[in-house]
Write a protein that binds this ligand. Structure first.
Ligand code: FE2
Ligand code: FE2
Length: 266
């Protein structure tokens, strides 16, 4: 995992996952170095990953006050229960649905939960973080974060893109990616992660971008994209085209067997 400061008060814990046929998907977690420090998502749970060790490169895990789970998918919860042990005062910010989903894997003590819905804010000492529903999402518990003190938007799965290499997936700026490739990859991810986008009412879908456009983010930090600090209008326009992008169909068993035959010795 590659850790770095993206700005004065925000660290990135940058990981990636290779997805056969699609590319290298960034998998980021973040630390907002607020008066009450906030960890946003907790990475992959693969056996060779150590989320707490990576986190310790940017903050003493015992100092973490809040663990904001943008949604309880497995690429966001890898370090959650280890962090609850390492940060004994930390509470998990999630929704009623999110707490329910997590409690199916491991009991979440009620006194460690803070329920927050889109539109509600969390006081973290020196600022308020406001929850919002990103235009694209794959889980009913999804809540992104708007930090009005810095103009930063933490968008969860929304704006993600599988990129051509592991280096690009963990780059410190999305500007390292080719703009044409980025647009195609964001549209592909939109159709993989939110297949319902092909069934939306176009006007209502376009209107769902209004809160984010009005916020005018100075930075967009997606779990699945390197940090974006310029060109937010361009990526809004990209995602507005998602309803008419080609629907994604994954490889089936015949395609898998064809792939495996290629690996057999001659
Ligand atoms: Fe997800
Ligand atoms: Fe995700």
């Amino acid at each position: 995992m590659h850790t770095y400061r993206a700005s004065q008060d925000l660290s990135v814990l940058a990981d990636h996952l290779e997805v056969p046929g699609l590319g290298f998907l960034p998998v980021n977690a973040f630390v907002v170095h607020a008066a009450q420090p906030v960890v946003v998502d907790t990475g992959l749970g693969l056996p060779d990953r150590d989320f707490i060790a990576a986190l310790a490169e940017v903050i003493d895990p015992a100092d973490v006050a809040w663990i904001w789970l943008t949604h309880p998918d497995r690429d966001h919860t890898g370090g959650l229960f280890a962090l609850l042990d390492a940060a004994p005062r930390a509470r998990v910010v999630t929704t009623f649905a999110g707490a329910g989903i997590m409690s199916a894997e491991h009991p979440l003590p009620m006194n460690r939960i803070y329920l927050l819905n889109p539109g509600q804010s969390l006081d973290v000492g020196d600022r308020r973080l406001t929850g919002f529903r990103p235009p694209l999402f794959d889980n009913p518990a999804t809540v992104g974060i708007l930090d009005t003190s810095t103009g930063t938007c933490l968008s969860s799965d929304c704006f993600g893109a599988p990129l051509p290499s592991a280096e690009l997936a963990t780059a410190e700026s999305v500007a390292a990616a080719d703009p044409g490739q980025l647009r195609a990859a964001q549209l592909l991810w939109a159709t993989v992660d939110s297949p319902w986008v092909h069934a939306v009412d176009p006007a209502k879908y376009a209107a769902s971008f209004a809160p984010l456009r009005d916020f005018g983010p100075s930075a967009i930090l997606s779990t699945h994209l390197p940090p974006l600090t310029t060109g937010s209008a361009t990526v809004f326009d990209t995602l507005l085209d998602a309803p008419k992008a080609s629907p994604f169909t994954g490889p089936d068993q015949a395609a898998l067997e064809a792939m495996l035959r290629e690996f057999q010795p001659a």
